[in-house]
Ligand binder design. Structure first.
Ligand code: MBD
Ligand code: FE
Length: 286
């Protein structure tokens, strides 16, 4: 096996990972035909409108067909959808919330990261590169009550921009951990600052980016899922001030509320305080 990360390899991992979770079809198995009809029609109507408006040619239609086939062969559907579509789904799904802002999950979440307790380091290599980050925060409900038993699942890229389980040569759970809090709701996490991340440029998504004259960058980010009994799970990403891609994230996933305010320390490390407020699950959501 090659030691370099390729689009096809990380795409294959992301596709396999997605299928390994419980079937996504299960949750929608009772969807009435009227709903499927409305969704499929609306998507097709917007495609027809584009073809007419742009006067799409047969050459362009055939190139699209070939490209769509290649996205699947590269295993890049998870990447494509999470980069260019998920942010609007997240917007609609969470616009009723009063608690912390969230953002997209992206393609590299893996459930079941090792439990570390409330105050601990994320699993990392000896001499893991990158600025050490000492992160404290409290998990509360919207009424301010600390949420005992709540947990933060943290995952992020290393200082070269690689995610464990999606790039070769990294320990299985590197920079992936679960932190469960006690009655005070407080966590204290040691990690390292990740690097800005460039989505794979050697696959079909990269081909689109090059052909359209776009860039492939996401700003450096920490991914989290925050869960507590009786509360809506929060999926978020946290960003670092001054990153040049905070304003032009290819995945459109940056929100001002998600930018951290780290304080540089004399020893070169950084400390940051950032907590989470979760919305209680309510039966009526309107
Ligand atoms: C990532 O790391 C990511 O977070 C997203 C949303 C897309 C591609 C790579
Ligand atoms: Fe990411």
């Amino acid at each position: 096996m090659s030691e370099t990360a390729t689009a096809a390899a990380s795409g294959a991992s992301a596709t396999e990972r997605f299928h390994a979770d419980k079937s996504p079809f299960e949750a929608v198995k009772d969807t009435p035909p009227e709903r499927v009809d409305a969704l499929a029609r609306a998507v097709l109507d917007s495609v027809y409108a584009t073809i007419r408006e742009q006067r799409v040619t047969y050459d362009e239609y055939n190139a699209l067909k070939a490209w769509l086939i290649n996205v699947g062969q590269d295993g890049e559907w998870p990447l494509f959808l999470d980069v260019w579509v998920e942010h609007v789904v997240e917007e609609v799904a969470t616009d009723h919330r009063e608690g912390s802002k969230g953002t997209i999950e992206g393609p590299y979440y893996v459930p079941g990261a090792p439990e570390r307790g409330a105050k601990a380091s994320v699993p990392m290599r000896e001499n893991e590169a990158g600025t050490p980050l000492h992160w404290t925060g409290t998990i509360t409900s919207t009424d301010g009550t600390p949420l005992e038993g709540a947990s933060v699942e943290l995952w992020h890229a290393d200082s070269d921009g690689f995610y464990s389980q999606f790039a070769p040569g990294l320990p299985e759970w590197n920079l992936r951990g679960t932190f469960t809090v006690g009655a005070d709701g407080v966590f204290e996490i040691e990690t390292v600052q990740p690097a800005p991340y460039q989505i794979p440029t050697d696959g079909s998504c990269g081909k689109l980016i090059a052909a359209a004259g776009w860039h492939a960058w996401r700003p450096a980010h920490l991914h989290v899922k925050v869960s507590a009994p009786g509360h809506e799970q929060l999926t978020a990403q946290l960003y670092f001030p001054g990153d040049e891609h905070n304003d032009d994230d290819i995945a459109s996933a940056v929100k001002p509320e998600l930018v951290l305010d780290p304080q540089k320390q004399a020893d070169g490390s950084a400390t940051v305080d950032y907590g989470f407020v979760l919305d209680p699950v309510t039966s009526a959501k309107d």
